[in-house]
Design a protein around this ligand. Structure first.
Ligand SMILES: [Zn+2]
Length: 454
């Protein structure tokens, strides 16, 4: 055996038990007692062993709205590793007119700097006949999910019939459709109104993209998925109206899944009233009223929602503060390093989620939905040795200066958590040990994913 993790408590989506883990050639070889001998043994007394986190919603390195992210594949995956995440699935976003294959080649070039394994979801823009054959080739190459934005960004309303055709093709290919649900008609109307009232600024951002806009779009997305006969995965839902759409679709027998994002669990729209740098809180959809936070926690616990993913994207303070009106403000923030410790502290420690459910929403279910399981997302013999050795007692105050993203500010500055990764292990390599990173750029590999239906 190359490595033995001894005396820890193993927590998976379905059980918690004490045993040792034996690792050889990057794979979990044995789970039991008195394993050995081993080249190296780590005593994990007092620690919890989770499957490494699987974050299926990131934008770790790209250009958007005229800006380039502060992070690249290296800095963001180092941040991920330090936060206990061992696999990401990033959105590959084509330039205008670029084929999915050229776009994936661009993303894989960037991915050569990765320190953890990664998958890619191709994004569909201005779809035409050529898109269908590109989708077939993408699925054959192990890219088995496609993203659609329902907003102006992708001219969704103009191309709706073509997007529907793509959804049908995804269904035929056994792939998943990931949908960003916000209704552009609603957003345009509210944005115009705020501008006319001379009231378009960061404080009114939530009014420009109201809850009903998420509800309309989520209902429409799921009805379209019903017509197309494709499993649908709604990204970053933020409120009851999005959840209602999932419940309605399930009631008519549809296969659909919901993701939420840390900011909606931990923050509410009151943040926009802060004097200093309220732009940091801008995301799409926007932060909601405080009562929606508990609605989302309950939806996670009761399986109305299945996944927590970050939507990680690093921007500088300068980039975040350039825009003034609601339509100019740059959405998104760095989140890969803090998501799991905060979900553990606020979720498991506060009794909102069991430790098993924490593993399920942050590793096992995302791995299953996106064709990575059981290679990723669980601790089992034969799975990749992607393991987070978590110290559940460690108090940490989150500080930007300690973070590994290149973003020059931290959304959760000063937030106190109890519990932080002590070791992060990726395919048997200890890539982070008590905050020290020991991982060469490029050790992370592209993971080809199976289709949803296989
Ligand atoms: Zn996103």
């Amino acid at each position: 055996m190359d490595l033995i993790l001894a005396n820890g408590e193993i927590v998976t989506a379905h059980e918690s038990y004490r045993a040792d883990i034996g690792i050889e050639d990057g794979v979990i070889k044995q789970i039991g007692h008195r394993l050995g001998p081993a080249g190296h043994t780590v005593d994990c007394s007092g620690k919890i062993l989770f499957p490494g986190g699987v974050d299926v919603h990131t934008h770790v390195e790209f250009e958007w709205m005229g800006h380039t992210t502060t992070d690249d594949f290296h800095s963001s995956t180092v941040a991920a590793a330090c936060g206990g995440i061992t696999t990401i699935c990033d959105y590959a976003v084509p330039a205008p007119g670029q084929s999915l294959q050229d776009c994936l080649a661009t993303w894989n070039k960037r991915g050569e700097k990765s320190v953890v394994d990664y998958g890619l979801h191709p994004t569909l823009f201005q779809p035409g006949e050529h898109t269908l054959s590109e989708m077939r080739d993408a699925v054959a190459d192990g890219y088995t999910s496609f993203k659609i934005f329902m907003t102006e960004l992708s001219q969704f309303d103009h191309y709706a019939p073509q997007y529907l055709r793509c959804m049908e093709e995804a269904g035929r290919l056994g792939a998943m459709i990931n949908i960003h649900c916000e209704d552009q008609c609603c957003i345009s109307y509210m944005t115009q109104k705020l501008a006319e009232e001379n009231n378009s600024n960061v404080r009114t951002l939530p009014d420009s993209r109201p809850r009903i806009s998420e509800g309309i779009a989520a209902q429409r997305a799921l009805w379209m998925a019903h017509v197309a006969d494709v499993p649908a995965y709604l990204v970053h839902l933020s409120c009851q109206e999005g959840l209602d759409a999932l419940n309605d679709a399930r009631a008519r027998g549809q296969t659909c899944y919901g993701e939420t994002r840390p900011i909606y669990l931990h923050l509410s729209r009151d943040r926009f009233n802060e004097e200093v740098f309220p732009e940091q809180y801008v995301g799409w959809p926007p932060l909601r009223d405080a009562d929606q936070m508990e609605v989302l926690w309950q939806a996670l616990d009761s399986n109305v929602l299945q996944v927590v993913a970050t939507d990680h994207v690093g921007w500088s303070t300068k980039q975040k503060t350039e825009g003034k009106t609601v339509d100019e403000l740059l959405p998104g923030m760095s989140n890969l390093e803090t998501v799991l410790p905060m979900l553990y502290s606020e979720g498991v420690r506060k009794g909102r989620l069991t430790a098993n459910r924490f593993v399920e929403v942050s590793a096992t279910t995302p791995a299953k939905l996106f064709g990575l399981y059981p290679q990723k997302g669980t601790i089992a013999v034969g799975s990749d040795a992607d393991i987070t050795v978590f110290d559940p007692q460690k108090p940490v105050t989150i500080r930007q200066r300690d973070m590994h993203s290149k973003q020059d500010w931290e959304l959760h500055e000063g937030f106190e958590v109890t519990g932080w990764p002590a070791l992060t292990i990726s395919r048997g390599d200890i890539i982070v040990e008590n905050g020290k990173v020991n991982a060469e750029p490029g050790r992370g590999k592209l993971v080809k994913r199976r289709t949803y239906t296989s």
